[in-house]
Write a protein that binds this ligand. Structure first.
Ligand code: MN
Length: 198
């Protein structure tokens, strides 16, 4: 299995001024590709080398899970961001969010709380849970909702490396900028449709 990662879906500077080009470059070139290198080393000679990345994320534990999940999580994170994210979500995602969180603002508040409330390094997620309900969750370190049987729809990386160059320790400001300007509603809508919802 070749665990190559996809090119970034936009230019390095496309998310500026909310996330600067230097952050995106370091995050993608050093962190994301670094996890890929560690995954390749961890999987050498193991039967999991024949599995898909998603299968490994769903079933592996320990170091192999951590490296595989960080590769998967970052690919998902880049797609969760959209330079044109100032727009409002369109139906049917809009109505799904409104019925789960009362309003789009209610959804953003809950996602902000999850993202700022995660104590250490981790991720905030919009997921479809096993009963088909939209939920906001957070996870620590590399932990991924697929591991719990949830379907991820969107994520925000809240590891310090995701925002430190632009915001120093102000995680809340980074999260607000992402919520207001960079969330990819189209990606969430595609994931929702793929999951057979709506
Ligand atoms: Mn990261």
């Amino acid at each position: 299995m070749n665990f190559a990662i996809e090119p970034l879906p936009y230019a390095l500077a496309a998310l500026a001024p909310h996330i600067g080009a230097e952050t995106v470059e370091t995050h993608y070139e050093k962190h994301h590709k670094g996890y890929l290198e560690k995954l390749r080393k961890a999987i050498e000679g193991k039967p999991e080398g024949e599995q898909s990345l998603e299968t490994i994320v769903k079933s592996a534990e320990g170091d192999l899970f951590n490296h595989a999940a960080q590769v998967w999580n970052h690919t998902f994170y880049w797609k969760s961001l959209d330079p044109g994210g100032d727009r409002e979500p369109a139906a049917p995602l809009r109505s799904a969010l409104e019925s789960a969180f009362r309003s789009i603002d209610g959804f953003k508040r809950e996602l902000a709380e999850a993202a700022t409330g995660e104590f250490g390094s981790g991720w905030a997620w919009l997921v479809l849970d096993r009963s088909g309900r939209l939920r906001v969750t957070s996870s620590s370190d590399a932990e991924n909702p697929l591991h719990k049987g949830h379907t991820p729809l969107l994520t925000i990386d809240v590891w310090e490396h995701a925002y430190y160059l632009d915001y120093r320790n102000r995680r809340g400001d980074y999260v607000q900028a992402v919520l207001e300007h960079l969330l990819s509603w189209d990606f969430a809508a595609q994931n929702l449709e793929r999951a057979g919802h709506a």
